[in-house]
Structures are given as C-alpha cells and as structure tokens.
Design a protein around this ligand. Structure first.
Ligand code: NAD
Length: 257
C-alpha cells in the first residue's frame, strides 16, 4: 500500500545536497515525482551525473558538482538553482562525510573537522545563501539531517554526533528567527538503507543486524518511500505550520530517547 500525491510539490524549486546516492537520491526522487524542480548537488561527479540522468525521468532535475568543504560552495549552489529554475523554495541539507568510527580518545582534529565542515558549517552557509531567495519567494522550507546518533549518542561516533547536534542547534535558532519570514526549518533523523549504511554494514555486519533488530517496525527504512515522503511533506504545502521540530523517521528506534 503506497500513497503519493502527484502534484503536491508542483511549482516548488528545491536544492538537495549529497544527492548522488543514498538518502539524498531518495529525497530528490520523492520531490520530483510530486512535481518539484530539483537541483541535485554532490562532490561525486560521475555518480551525480548518473543519478541526475536517471531522475530526469521523474521531472525537472539539474545538477551541480560542489565540494561542501569549500565555504564558497553555498553561494554557488544557491545561484545554480536560481539559474536553472528561477527561484528557491526548499533546501535539504543532507550531505555528510565521516571517517571510520573511533573511540572518543582517538578522534583526531581532522576527523572532527571533516564532519563539521560538511555538516553544520555547510548547512549554515547554505541556509544563509538561500535566506534572501526564500524571502523573495514569500517563504520557504528547510529540512536538515540530524541523526539518532546525535539525539541518543552512540559509542565511537563522537565527531559525527556533535556535528549532527550542531545542525539541530542551528536549525532551532533559524526556526525562531525566520518564522516571521514564513521560512520553516525542521530536522529529520532517519534510519534507512542508504549507500553509506550499506558500507557500514559491510564492515560491521553484527552491529547492523543488532540495529535493525532494535527497530520496533522490524525493518530498515527506504530512502525514497519512507524518508523522501517525509521530506516532501515538510517542504510542501501540507506542513505550513510545522517548524523547529525534530522528527525521527526510523521505525521507532530512536523515538523514545
Ligand atoms: N542512512 C541512515 O540510516 C542515516 C541515519 C542517520 C542520519 N543519516 C543522515 O542522512 C544523511 C544522508 O546519509 P546517507 O546514509 O544517505 O549517506 P551517504 O554516505 O550514502 O551519502 C552522503 C552523500 O554526501 C556526499 N558528500 C560527502 N562529502 C561531501 C562533500 N564534501 N561535498 C558534497 N557532498 C559530499 C557523498 O558524496 C554522498 O553522496 C546524512 O546527513 C546522515 O547523517 C542517515
């Protein structure tokens, strides 16, 4: 049993970061199939081109290769969306990068900086870049990606957890400041079978099985139909009075923390 409103996003222009694969690709697909125009951006050029080519079958999709560690990339991405589609109404800060998990005392400054540069710093800079565009459009909606690893904590993921909670902090502040501009900011924390999770599963199969076993709904989420559908709801016109929230879309695994 599936449900998707085919026109709920028509007239909306959205940017999705980290869209070459995983959750970002699933989100872009869900937005496109509901009628949005989407700028997909990622650091992986070939994969981004393949994904964009594939998703063009669903609707107007354009792409931009950008490294979010570059502080200029936020302005470049926002400008590319305007060039492609004339406006920006939605932003999904989805990209993340991490080194391998390490116990707290072994996390290096480099590990820490990677997650923070691609996570909260890039999220912050892109939000600054799209703010005037959303004001011009009469409002907008931003979905930032948090994690149950941040909201609940998780051994060996110290740098990642702080990056994700940093994103939640800045999301709450922007929600408070930008409500008057009709710009909503929410955070989602997924548990879904992305490429990143498949990679984690390959080196930690037992932890993966344990994590899936703890999910009350006894399965891992789908990046498109579970996570993408929630993002489409939050970016669209059915969620016009929802802001400042964190929603776990994880089958219940992190909802009771
Ligand atoms: N999949 C899950 O279960 C899960 C759980 C909790 C949180 N999340 C969050 O969801 C988001 C997506 O996760 P995912 O599992 O799809 O990850 P993923 O690793 O499959 O995808 C991440 C994407 O970000 C891109 N990226 C990495 N560094 C970049 C850079 N410097 N510049 C631009 N793009 C860059 C990668 O190329 C990749 O396409 C992340 O923010 C993650 O923290 C996912």
């Amino acid at each position: 049993m599936t449900y998707s409103h085919p026109n709920s996003m028509s007239g909306h222009v959205a940017i999705v970061t980290g869209a070459a694969q995983g959750v970002g690709k699933g989100v872009a697909a869900a937005l496109l199939e509901r009628g949005a125009s989407v700028l997909l951006t990622d650091i992986q050029d070939e994969k981004l081109a393949d994904t964009t080519g594939e998703l063009k079958a669903l609707g107007p999709a354009e792409s931009l290769v950008a490294d979010l560690r570059d502080p200029e990339s936020g302005q470049r991405i926002a400008a590319a969306a305007v060039d492609a589609f004339g406006a920006v109404h939605g932003l999904v800060n989805n990209a993340i990068a991490t080194n391998e998990p390490k116990s707290f005392v072994n996390i290096t400054l480099e590990d820490f900086a990677l997650g923070h540069d691609v996570g909260p710093r890039a999220t912050f800079l892109l939000m600054q870049a799209v703010h005037p565009l959303m004001v011009k459009a009469g409002g907008g909606s931003i979905v930032n990606l948090g994690s149950g690893t941040g909201t609940g904590g998780e051994p060996k993921w110290g740098g990642y957890a702080t990056a994700k909670e940093g994103i939640r902090g800045l999301s709450k502040v922007a929600a408070l400041e930008w409500g008057r501009d009709n710009i909503r900011v929410n955070v989602i924390c997924p548990f879904a079978e992305s490429d990143g999770v498949k990679f984690w599963k390959s080196f930690a199969p037992k932890e993966y099985e344990k994590a899936v076993g703890r999910v009350p709904m006894k399965r891992i989420g789908d990046v498109h139909t579970d996570v993408g559908a929630l993002v489409a709801f939050l970016l669209g016109s059915d969620a016009t009075f929802i802001t400042g929230q964190t929603i776990h879309v994880d089958g219940g695994i992190g909802s009771f923390r």
